[in-house]
Design a protein around this ligand. Structure first.
Ligand SMILES: NC(=O)c1ccc[n+]([C@@H]2O[C@H](COP(=O)([O-])OP(=O)(O)OC[C@H]3O[C@@H](n4cnc5c(N)ncnc54)[C@H](OP(=O)(O)O)[C@@H]3O)[C@@H](O)[C@H]2O)c1
Length: 309
């Protein structure tokens, strides 16, 4: 089978599509023929070596965590999954961007038929990170919530979930995404010079929860706005925990991420909210996909189409 392989730390050019042996499922494992694989910005840090202290790589390694596809082989001790079943999966060992992916069965969730394949491949990382953030700082009617990075992969989930609670959601994003954010129940505000004043004007009675999905000083802004540190969650600025006393809980904070994916899949299959796919590339163009992701601009998710459904 063909799979993305990486032989050394580096820029996008180290992402190569190679022939590798087909995986065989062991006990408690399944093999999935991948239709769509997702991409997430954390993968850039692992691949480049920037995150080597926290997530060291051993080479050769594959790439990607998120995927959706059909089960093609089931190992022993997996009573509730069957060959042919459409599923959503998570690779903990960076091997999702491949024609065949070997996964632990407890990281595999049935895909509702009504759920688009590309959208299905965005739920595990971005979707459960949004759920974890909202579990860390719960919001509801009466809250005025600010989301920095509202149009990004995690932001599109978090903003819509927060709107669904009845909270007032102020979404920080480029002006080009304001129409979409307004149509989805938020009040968009542009980032850049004067942002703090724009937020004060938008929320004269104060902000009760702040989600930093971008870093670069948003936790400081939240504190400057008077948000209580325990009502600030960042998924990227980990140094702010010690510095400001804010929370930094991402996807790892969720006790049962598979259950979170099941819930998101059901909401999306029922038309509950939208996940825009900002760019879709064939597996062979994995380098272009990560260049697009690395621009850190745009509405929604970048995915890789690996095979036809
Ligand atoms: N801790 C965890 O469990 C966890 C899990 C997933 C992700 N993460 C991290 O969380 C971050 C967000 O992930 P993601 O998938 O949402 O990333 P993403 O999709 O790459 O986010 C891109 C978004 O960032 C926005 N942006 C660019 N410059 C900005 C600025 N100066 N201020 C505010 N927003 C700005 C862009 O908005 P415009 O297009 O509107 O300019 C774009 O929509 C990443 O750093 C990722 O590594 C952590």
């Amino acid at each position: 089978m063909r799979a993305v392989q990486i032989e050394r730390y580096g820029d996008e050019s180290v992402l190569q599509v190679r022939e590798v042996p087909d995986p065989e499922p062991g006990e408690g494992e399944v093999v999935v023929r991948v239709v769509t694989a997702g991409t997430n910005p954390g993968e850039i840090g692992v691949r480049s070596g920037a995150m080597a202290a926290m997530y060291p790589a051993t080479f050769p390694m594959g790439e990607g965590s998120d995927l959706a596809g059909h089960i093609v082989a089931v190992g022993s001790g997996v009573p509730d999954l069957a060959v042919g079943q459409p599923v959503i999966g998570l690779s903990d060992s960076r091997n999702a961007q491949a024609e065949l992916a070997l996964l632990p069965a407890d990281r595999v969730v049935p895909k509702p038929d009504a759920l688009d394949w590309d959208v299905a491949a965005t739920l595990y990382v971005a979707g459960t990170t949004a759920l974890a953030a909202l579990q860390t700082v719960p919001v509801g009617s009466g809250d005025t919530v600010v989301v920095a990075g509202a149009a990004g992969g995690v932001g599109i989930f978090l903003t819509q979930l927060a709107v669904g609670t009845g909270a007032r959601v102020i979404a920080i994003a480029s002006v080009s995404h304001h129409d979409w954010l307004r149509e989805h129940g938020t009040e968009p505000v542009a980032y850049g010079d004067g942002l703090e004043q724009r937020l004060r004007d938008a929320a004269p009675d104060g902000v009760t929860a702040f989600f930093d999905l971008f870093g670069n000083g948003y936790t400081d802004l939240a504190i400057a706005l008077g948000v209580s540190p325990d009502r600030v969650d960042t998924i990227i600025d980990f140094g702010a925990v010690e510095r400001l006393g804010v929370q930094a809980k991402g996807m790892a904070a969720l006790a049962d991420p598979a259950q979170g994916v099941r819930e998101l899949a059901a909401i999306l299959a029922g038309g509950g909210f939208d996940v825009p796919i900002k760019a879709r590339f064939p597996l062979e163009q994995v380098q272009e996909a990560y260049r697009e992701l690395g621009r850190r601009r745009g509405l929604g998710k970048v995915v890789l189409r690996v095979s036809a459904p």
